[in-house]
Design a protein around this ligand. Structure first.
Ligand SMILES: *[C@@H]1O[C@H](CO)[C@@H](O)[C@H](O)[C@H]1NC(C)=O
Ligand SMILES: *[C@@H]1O[C@H](CO)[C@@H](O)[C@H](O)[C@H]1NC(C)=O
Ligand SMILES: *[C@@H]1O[C@H](CO)[C@@H](O)[C@H](O)[C@H]1NC(C)=O
Ligand SMILES: *[C@@H]1O[C@H](CO)[C@@H](O)[C@H](O)[C@H]1NC(C)=O
Length: 304
């Protein structure tokens, strides 16, 4: 008894914030009627007519025991200066969507999200620069993972272990420089949406994407020069977005030797060679695909 009292006092000294550890939050009922501000040491939700909980004020640390949720659609802990989540804080919490947007999380330790039956996890707008091996483990229902606007410099399939239904994966606006071999082998579902816009990707390994069934792959605003032909021969891709890169030459993906599944490719704002543009437009036309290039550039090529 005495020990725990002393520990609590020590913790509050170390943390440098109110010793009462109050969480200030708001509930939203299923009919969208919100409550006024509430506060307490624990967010208790044991009532089916509550659909969302938003934390309203500064919450630097999310500790085990602060959540006691039987069922909740949406838990929003956004823009509250969150820096640390204790292992186990989400254990046995039955939540569908978790938003941790706009905080100061810098790394994702393992066992934070283990076995969590959520469908969507939004971690955008933090300062995440490190994700531990197996950080996303046994998340069998996870469909959307959003990691945009962080400080990641690579993507590795080792972050994932048994997340078979991720369909929407967004790492736009990070500092990723290279798509390495097997980076996306954690994705196995169909109709994938992969968004890697606004990074610093210079290189795509020929086996960076492999055996994937991609509805849309978006790589706008990077520094890509070469697009390996294996991207098309080893995957099914519907829409490919490559606007604002450094592509000069591009495989003639619509010809019979490649037979890519691409139906739309966008390549505005690239220093494409005339020869490449003409071949693409010609073969796209024949195969019924769409290829978006600047018309004035194409016209100029045809004049010369
Ligand atoms: C958690 O919620 C249950 C009811 O759903 C309640 O009986 C229990 O006291 C709560 N625990 C805490 C620590 O508030
Ligand atoms: C929510 O449900 C409880 C009973 O489960 C009921 O007492 C309460 O009035 C309901 N609140 C709203 C806002 O519907
Ligand atoms: C979570 O809550 C939903 C809705 O009440 C329920 O159908 C489901 O069985 C619960 N899941 C767990 C793991 O408790
Ligand atoms: C591409 O498709 C054409 C027409 O369907 C077919 O004749 C050709 O063999 C295919 N090429 C490859 C490499 O599969």
């Amino acid at each position: 008894m005495f020990t725990s009292v002393i520990l609590v006092v020590l913790c509050s000294l170390v943390n440098g914030h109110d010793s009462n550890n109050l969480i200030t939050y708001k509930l939203m009922f299923s009919d969208f009627y919100p409550t006024q501000k509430l506060s307490g040491n624990v967010i208790n939700v044991d009532n089916n007519n509550i659909s969302a909980v938003s934390v309203l004020e500064n919450l630097p640390e999310l500790r085990k025991g602060m959540l006691n949720i039987t069922y909740l659609h949406f838990l929003c802990i956004s823009n509250v200066n969150l820096q640390y989540m204790e292992e186990g804080v989400f254990d046995n919490q039955n939540i569908t969507v978790i938003s941790l947007v706009g905080n100061k999380l810098a790394e994702i330790q393992p066992r934070i999200f283990d076995n969590l039956p959520i469908i969507c996890l939004d971690l955008s707008g933090n300062v995440i620069n490190f994700i531990e091996k197996g950080a996303f483990r046994n998340m069998l229902r996870l469909r959307q993972l959003i990691l945009s606007r962080n400080k990641l410099t690579q993507i590795s399939s080792s972050y994932f272990d048994n997340t078979p239904h991720i369909q929407y994966f967004d790492v736009s606006s990070n500092g990723i420089t290279k798509i390495e071999e097997g980076s996306f082998s954690f994705l196995s579902d169909e109709d994938l949406l992969i968004i890697i816009d606004d990074n610093a990707v210079e290189e795509i390994h020929p086996r960076g994407f492999e055996n994937l069934n991609i509805l849309q792959l978006s790589l706008r605003k990077n520094s890509i020069r070469d697009v390996p032909v294996e991207l098309f021969t080893n995957n099914k891709i519907g829409i490919l977005e490559l606007d604002s890169n450094q592509v000069e030459e591009f495989p003639n993906i619509f010809c019979e030797e490649i037979n890519s599944t691409v139906k739309t490719v966008r390549m505005y704002d690239n220093p494409l060679k005339c020869e490449t543009m003409e071949k693409l437009i010609d073969s796209a036309g024949k195969s019924g695909a769409f290829c978006f290039l600047e018309e004035d550039k194409v016209a100029k090529c045809r004049q010369n």
